[in-house]
Structures are given as C-alpha cells and as structure tokens.
Design a protein around this ligand. Structure first.
Ligand SMILES: [Zn+2]
Length: 363
C-alpha cells in the first residue's frame, strides 16, 4: 500500500491543522509515494522501534510522539534523535507522528482513556476556540442542492455530531458583467437580476480550503460570491482533555485501586476532596495546564501526568489530582491508532510495537 493512503486515513481521524503550534506532527521522514507492507504503531519512535520495523520489513512507523520536535542541524548520530532519523532514512522507513492533533479530537487520546476507565459518555474538557467559521455562499436556486452536496463531501456543514447542516434564504442577486468576463448568465454591460439563495454552513477551520474549493467547482458562475465569517462558538468536538461520569460512583479508595489496575502503575495523588468519585476529568500526557478547566467542570478527580511538586498544591482542596505517569496515561493510544487503521484497512498488517518505550522505571 502507498504510504499516502494510510496517511490520508490518519489525517481524517485527526486533521494535522488541529495540532498545537509547538508540535511537529505529520510525515517526518519519507515520502508519500513510498510503499509498505504494513504499519508499526508505537508511542515513541526509538532506535529499537526502527530496528523492529526493519526486522518485520515494515516501511512505515506511526507514533504518537514526534521523534523530531525542533530543527536538526547535524546528522552525525550523536543524539538518539539523529540516530533514529539516520537509520530510518538508510532503510527507507517513513516516520509519521500523530500527536496533539490526536489529543484535540473528541474521539482521540482522552476518549480512549475514558473507554479503559469505563466511562461511556464524555465531553471535551476545554473546547477549542476559533476553530469554527461560517461559510456563506450565493448560488442560483437550481444549483443549490449540488453545491450543498459538494460542501458536505468536503467536510462542511458539521455541527457537533450532526452532519449536512445548512440554512438557506431566498433573494435576488444582481450583477453587471464588464469587459473581459465570460458570464454564464446575462450580457456584458447590462445589469442582471437572478433569483438566488444564500446558503450558510458551519465549517471547521481545517476543512476551510477544501470547502471553498468544492463550492467553487460546484458553482456555475465564473466569479463566486461568498464570505467567511469568524465565529465565537466553541467547537465541542475539538479541544483538550475529556470530562465524564462513571456509570456508578466509587469510593475514593476504590477508584484509586481501579486506576492502579487500569494504568498498571504507581499513582501520585493529592488527598480526596469527596469521599465518592463520580465525575472525572482526564488528559493524557502533560495536562497540568488543564487543572482550571478540570476544577470548573466539577470533576472529583483529574487524571493526568507530569505533575511537579509545587503544582500539586494547586489542587487547593477543590479536586484530587492523580498523576499516573506520561507513558502510562497514553499507553492506550497505540491501540487507538492501530484500531483506527485496522478498521479502515482490515486486510492490511497493522502491528503494535513489542518494544516498551517508557524511559522511566519504578523501584
Ligand atoms: Zn505524550
């Protein structure tokens, strides 16, 4: 299979434009046109993971964390990052990262954590601002349906879990073609009046270009009248963290034991605020930036990782912070990526790494 087919699927799961500004998700090594007999999925791209790909004759490694974050200036193998890149290039192994864009979708990293904790219904903890726009386009009545189909196919008209959403009003469009134009309707030099409709769609910013392209190609006019309008609305399906409720409340100690079992690790935590745990907030990886959102969501517990000593004081008796470890909180992301790819390509070899890439051990 061509690498680009697999990337296309990964990017439909988590559009790259949803990644944070500091991130470096995407194809880091290799070319879209390369071919591979399988995909190897891991959390981190270490040399041992590239060795595993070589051994298994796989030419695409998909990881959550990008191996290259900032620019590399030398390639002499002095750091593990350089060694990974050199080895991958030498063996024609493409490296792809699906990082904060997978954190920022409602079905991503945090949904998977909720799933393993047994929470079925959950929402994004800190919905993204500025991710939605309104697209207004003016089209002759007879072409409205075709244009709407094109916008939907390009990813427009989605409001939360509702698809094919639009609003239409009728009116009259006027225009006067001048020299150099080639109008479909009307004549050069005379003002034309046409019954038109104004169609309005909500569009996520990552679908903006595709929607505009699709609308223009489905529109009969040489010059399409349209507007993009920035919205204050929050995008409920995109953003960081997740919050939801356990089907049954547990005592604090029961919930601690449940987390220890699920994450398979030692938990650093601040004391119970409530004796019962029902509402929980989660953020895979370094999530301390979401403590405020977790507190205001009314969660009893905030499960995340990478907490420093002084940051634990910020719990302020409003919430209990559970630090379950970075690798441990994101370990299920491997399953998430592998399940997504296997569902789309059931006959294709999607392998999960056998290497434990966690750099930390516990005594
Ligand atoms: Zn991480």
């Amino acid at each position: 299979m061509k690498i680009k087919e697999i990337i296309q699927e990964l990017e439909s799961i988590a559009p790259p434009t949803l990644q944070e500004s500091y991130d470096n998700s995407g194809l880091l090594v290799g070319n879209n046109d390369w071919e591979t007999d399988g995909v190897l999925v891991a959390l981190d791209c270490l040399e041992s993971v590239v060795d595993e790909a070589i051994e298994k004759n796989i030419h695409l490694v998909v990881t959550h964390h990008p191996i290259v974050f900032s620019g590399l200036k030398r390639f002499n193998g002095k750091s593990y990052i350089e060694r990974v890149v050199i080895k991958a290039i030498k063996h024609d192994i493409a490296l792809y990262a699906i990082h904060t864009n997978l954190d920022n979708v409602a079905w991503g990293v945090n949904a998977k954590i909720m799933e393993v904790l047994g929470v079925d219904t959950h929402q994004v903890l800190a919905p993204m601002k500025g991710a939605l726009k309104k697209f207004q386009v003016y089209v002759p009545e007879t072409n409205a349906e075709e244009l709407a189909e094109a916008v939907y196919a390009a990813g427009g008209g989605k409001v939360s879990l509702y698809e094919e959403c639009s609003f239409t009003t009728s009116g009259t469009g006027t225009f006067k073609p001048t020299g150099g134009t080639n109008p479909v309707v009307g004549e050069i030099g005379s003002r034309e009046q046409v019954p038109e409709v104004k169609m309005e769609f909500i569009v996520s910013h990552f679908a903006q270009k595709a929607v505009e392209r699709a609308a223009k190609s489905a529109h009969p006019y040489e010059e399409v009248a349209y507007e993009w309008i920035a919205l204050e609305n929050t995008a409920t399906l995109y953003g960081a963290g997740a919050v939801g409720e356990l089907p049954e409340a547990m005592s604090f100690d029961e919930f601690l034991a449940h987390c220890k079992e699920v994450f398979g690790t030692t938990i650093r935590y601040t004391p119970a605020v409530n004796t019962q745990v029902k509402r929980i907030a989660v953020c895979g990886g370094s999530g301390s930036f979401l403590l405020g959102a977790a507190k205001s969501s009314g969660a009893d517990v905030f499960i995340t990782a990478d907490y420093k000593y002084h940051q634990f004081f910020d719990a302020e008796n409003h919430i209990s912070i559970f630090d379950v470890g970075h690798f441990e909180s994101e370990q299920f992301t491997i399953d998430l990526i592998a399940e997504g790819l296997s569902k789309k390509f059931p006959k294709f070899a999607v392998l999960k790494t056998e290497v434990n890439t966690n750099p930390i051990q516990y005594y």
